[in-house]
Design a protein around this ligand. Structure first.
Ligand code: NAD
Length: 290
């Protein structure tokens, strides 16, 4: 397949390399990132998408996505699909789908989970919104870049699934970290705390698979000085998107809002930027109620 790929940063670079490695003809464009191996460089986004059957983008945010989509959609071939894999606001995803539909093209919002490790290993999970037809066309590419692609519904459904999932994750990680910090102060060992909670009703992915306490449970960023992993600022980005969507949809999300506020404080005022999102545990550890 002929593929145009826009945005070849930490995530897009290895995703494009995997597509090229599987034998697809990939033409890429990025403002600054180097071309991954096997990907042909184009000098503009319009040239990267010319003649492509599928265009994939992996960009920082919704504003940049809308800008890039407005540039490339008029240049895309008849019947082609624009598949955005960035994490952006639901409204931008829907606006880009409308832009593509008006030009007679297919569109998918297909954000991922799995991080840079998953992008490199080709084991991402895709959460996809858009038509059945567009999904079917891109599915063979999802199979190369990932291990699972869930068609969640119409345009915007992929982004909706992603931010709801990550809102649960942010809230759960905070709850897990504050419980560990409380257990410390009650004199309960972290090992015992893990043994009980990981097999009791307080269990979660944050506790069982990504334990924020170093030396406890399976290996996680906590065992590596809280080097990400999934950086606290990326969690903050996703939490903010969840609250933006909640505002638009008039949904009451008090825990999501509190998690957003706590991660904002952590990232912006307490040196949490560049640390894994599980570094909330050392943050709570140092604090009392005052
Ligand atoms: P990144 O900053 O490394 O990559 C983004 C790339 O887009 C950069 O190389 C930048 O030069 C390029 N870019 C910006 N504007 C452009 C334009 N107008 N034309 C062409 N290229 C342009 O970011 P990343 O970590 O690769 O993340 C990309 C997306 O994936 C984000 O939306 C992020 O939220 C999401 N995501 C990231 C992770 C992660 O662990 N890094 C995990 C899941 C989802």
């Amino acid at each position: 397949m002929k593929i145009g790929f826009i945005g070849l940063g930490n995530m897009g670079g290895p995703m494009a390399a995997n597509l090229a490695g599987a034998g697809h003809e990939v033409v890429g464009f990025d403002l600054i990132a180097p071309m991954p191996s096997g990907v042909t460089a184009a000098t503009s986004s319009a040239l990267a998408v010319s003649g492509a059957e599928v265009v994939i983008s992996m960009l920082p945010n919704g504003t940049i996505l809308r800008y890039v989509a407005a540039q490339v959609i008029p240049e895309m071939a008849d019947g082609a699909v624009f598949c955005d894999c960035s994490t952006v606001d639901v409204e931008s995803a829907r606006a880009v789908a409308d832009m593509a539909a008006a030009a007679g093209l297919g569109a998918l919002d297909a954000p991922v989970s799995g991080g840079v490790g998953g992008a490199t290993a080709g084991t991402l999970t895709f959460m996809v919104g858009g038509t059945e037809e567009a999904f079917a066309k891109v599915q063979p590419l999802f199979e190369i870049m990932g291990q699972k692609a869930v068609h969640c519904g119409a345009a915007g459904a992929g982004q909706s699934a992603k931010i709801c999932n990550n809102m649960i994750l942010g809230v759960t990680m905070i709850a897990t970290c504050e419980a560990f910090a409380l257990a410390d102060k009650l004199g309960l060992s972290r090992e015992k705390m893990f043994n009980v909670v990981s097999t009791s009703s307080g269990y979660s992915w944050a506790m069982n698979a990504y334990c924020p306490a170093p030396g406890v449970g399976p290996k996680s960023p906590a065992d590596n000085g809280y080097k990400p992993g999934f950086a606290a600022e990326l969690m903050l980005k996703d939490l903010r998107l969840s609250q933006q969507a909640a505002e638009t949809a008039d949904a009451d999300t008090p825990m999501g809002q509190m998690a957003t506020d706590l991660y904002a404080q952590f990232v912006e005022d307490e040196g949490g930027k560049g640390m894994d999102f599980s570094a909330m545990l050392p943050r709570f550890e140092k604090r009392g109620r005052g």
